[in-house]
Design a protein around this ligand. Structure first.
Ligand SMILES: Nc1ncnc2c1ncn2[C@@H]1O[C@H](COP(=O)(O)OP(=O)(O)OP(=O)(O)O)[C@@H](O)[C@H]1O
Ligand SMILES: [Mg+2]
Length: 219
């Protein structure tokens, strides 16, 4: 489904160059549950952003469903993002002025698709928040906010869900619950990639990629 070859990411700030990824080769098969671990600054988010087409490699190639991504225009990348990818962030990034229901419909609004009320409601039920549809983010716990963010990531029927430290702002109990939710989505057929600092959760994925200084090392 995803194939990276020799992927490098260099951030430039003025004359300064920062080599965040130094040559990553990675294949992700449909239906996998992959975790990415590594010290702070090792390039985990940079890699996830490339996998999610939020950013392009500086060097190397990336194929998504056999489409070469590195030369695509912003519009083409945007199309892949909205049709194939669901992204979940550590900080949830919910819209404070919108209800749970409206937050989950946002990807549909942005991609100008028709809103199927029943389908949105069933997504919210999938993440266990059927009795919170009209609540606003500030009326929810951290774990509940992350559930809303996961439901939102599923709104456009993505092929893959990419989560950048989805449990980073949660206590142990809620981290377990979010992990269980990701695992249940995996059982339903979603491909899942999760970046985490939690080695216990990471080890429960099918496969772990360990990054160090922008390179993969054996896990
Ligand atoms: N937009 C940017 N501009 C310049 N440097 C950046 C940018 N984003 C990341 N970096 C640098 O690239 C390196 C890798 O960053 P990245 O965010 O991928 O690490 P990470 O493994 O996700 O770390 P953490 O566990 O702290 O989230 C770091 O040294 C970081 O400072
Ligand atoms: Mg990060």
């Amino acid at each position: 489904m995803i194939e990276l070859r020799g992927v490098e990411k260099i951030y430039r700030r003025g004359a300064e160059e920062l080599h965040a990824l130094r040559g990553i080769d990675l294949d992700i098969a449909k239906g996998e549950f992959l975790s990415i671990v590594g010290p702070s600054g090792s390039g985990k988010s940079s890699l996830l952003h490339i996998l999610g087409c939020l950013d392009r490699p500086t060097k190397g190639t990336m194929k998504f469903d056999d489409l070469n991504v590195e030369h695509m225009s912003e519009t083409e990348l945007d199309g892949i993002r909205s049709r194939k990818i669901g992204f979940v962030f550590q900080q949830f990034y919910l819209m404070p002025g919108l209800s749970v229901f409206d937050n989950v419909t946002l990807p549909k609004v942005f991609s100008r698709q028709k809103i199927d009320v029943d389908k949105i409601a069933s997504l919210i039920a999938t993440v266990g928040l059927h009795n919170r549809m009209k609540h606003f983010p500030n009326q929810l716990s951290g774990g509940e906010m992350q559930r809303v963010a996961i439901a939102r990531a599923l709104a456009n029927d993505p092929e893959i869900v990419l989560a950048d430290e989805p449990t980073g702002n949660l206590d142990t109990l809620n981290s377990e619950k979010i992990f269980d939710l990701l695992r249940s989505l995996h059982r339903k057929g979603y491909t899942i990639v999760m970046v985490t600092h939690n080695n216990d959760l990471a080890s429960r994925a099918d496969r772990t990629v360990l990054l160090k200084d922008g390179l993969q090392t054996a896990a």
